[in-house]
Design a protein around this ligand. Structure first.
Ligand code: NAD
Ligand code: MG
Length: 393
């Protein structure tokens, strides 16, 4: 029986993780759940899974949750608050596996703490890895933690890697990684049409149901940009060996091209419970609750090259990974600030890459070998992005 901590249990990945955990009560015991502010859902999750700990970022909401749980007769869940609470639960002795499913930079410290403590890290929070890159990967190596990718593409690549592969190792028999991308909701839209798209149009992904931030990232293709950086780190590959392939059906979740010409692909319905169950059962397999793939309704699989002109964010991610140091953290922070402003009606969809360009040009890159250096780059980029956004709106 493994103890599970779900960071971000009220989000899209968090809910799917608990769906899978609920199918396997003989394999997983939920030890800790965390949320930013959705205490209604966290309350229901606490009643169902009876974790030893629940963390809410806001102190006042944590007090609310505590009294609601006591009133309902649940006195086995201790409610903590703040970032400190997140770090505390991710390193508990009873916790074996940590699902890192907080969105954005907010997930970095607890995810890194879990890696340093040698927990099995189930990594959905790609921003945490993109920001801290080599620092995160060395924490994994030094502690001997198992790092299992949840992002569907990286989980697919992991499944197609050589037998006994562990994240971070170089696999010389792999010639190239083919990272698939659906192309998002605006795959066929012209540049001039992109100017006026609304947040609701941007979050309407054709194949996947996800949180709002990652849905906008899919529409700008920054999601694939972040995933490119994620792939370089997880699989120890240079960016020129990671090729983005548009595959609108989202049935092949990525491919690995070997030196002998063999290409291995992982396929399945676009349902995040599949990579989640893979990582939770690894190195075995168990039921995810997902529907079996019906190839006769899929009918065909299409592939095309990405258009870097209409989707400049993807090019900026290649630039950032090549620049190295704190540049991926700058790219990520600028993107988070820009997406948040776009979702709030502050800037246009097509302003997002401009905000990122501005920050990447304005801020000096330094080495990213300490957490302070990473956090400082993140803060500088956010400030620079906010100033630029204020001039736009
Ligand atoms: P979401 O917005 O649905 O959920 C985010 C979770 O993080 C929530 O539980 C929320 O309470 C918590 N959270 C948000 N801000 C926080 C803060 N400041 N401090 C503490 N907790 C906070 O997001 P999601 O779609 O579930 O995505 C989560 C992560 O997984 C992201 O990094 C995303 O890129 C990655 N991911 C998601 C999918 C998907 O299908 N949804 C696929 C691949 C990767
Ligand atoms: Mg993905």
């Amino acid at each position: 029986m493994k103890g599970l901590c779900v960071l971000g249990s009220t989000g899209s990945i968090g809910v799917s993780t608990l769906d899978v955990a609920g199918l396997h009560p003989d394999r997983y015991r939920v030890v800790a759940l965390t949320a930013n502010n959705n205490i209604d859902l966290l309350f229901e999750q606490c009643l169902r899974f009876k974790p030893a700990y629940a963390v809410v970022i806001d102190v006042r909401l944590a007090t609310d949750l505590r009294s609601r749980l006591l009133t309902s007769g649940n006195d086995e869940t201790e409610v903590l608050s703040g970032i400190k609470g997140l770090e505390e639960v991710s390193v508990l002795p009873d916790v074996d596996s940590v699902m890192a499913a907080i969105v954005g930079a907010a997930g970095l410290l607890p995810t890194l703490a879990a890696a340093r403590a040698g927990k099995t890290v189930l990594l959905a929070n790609k921003e945490a890895l993109v920001m801290s890159g080599p620092l995160f990967m060395s924490a994994v190596t030094e502690s001997g933690a198992d790092l299992l990718p949840i992002d569907s593409e990286h989980n697919a690549i992991f499944q197609c890697m050589p037998v006994n592969y562990h994240a971070g190792r170089r696999a010389p028999e792999v010639r190239r990684i083919m990272l698939t991308a659906s192309g998002g909701p605006f795959l066929r839209k012209g540049l001039n049409e992109l100017h006026n798209v609304t947040p609701d149009e941007a979050v309407a992904h054709p194949n996947w149901v996800m949180g709002r931030k990652i849905s906008v990232d899919s529409a700008t293709m920054m999601n694939k940009g972040l995933e490119l950086i994620e792939a370089c780190l997880l699989f120890n590959m240079p960016p020129e060996k990671v090729e983005v392939v548009i595959h609108p059906q989202s049935v092949i979740h990525s491919m690995v091209d070997y030196v002998d010409g063999t290409v291995l692909a992982q396929m399945g319905n676009p349902d995040m419970r599949i990579p989640i169950a893979h990582a939770m059962a690894w190195p075995g397999r168990f039921d995810s609750g997902a529907e079996p793939l019906d190839l006769f309704s899929v009918k065909r699989l299409d592939f095309e090259a990405p258009d870097f002109e209409r989707f400049p964010c993807l090019q900026r991610a290649y630039d950032a990974v090549r620049a190295g140091g704190t540049m991926p953290a700058i790219l990520n922070a600028a993107n988070e600030a820009a997406v948040s402003s776009f979702l709030d009606g502050g800037i246009r969809f097509t302003d997002i890459p401009d905000v990122i360009n501005h920050c990447m040009n304005a801020i000096a890159v330094s080495r990213a070998d300490t957490i302070d250096a990473v956090l400082e780059a993140d803060q500088r980029a956010r400030k620079s992005a906010e100033q630029y956004i204020a001039r736009l709106s």
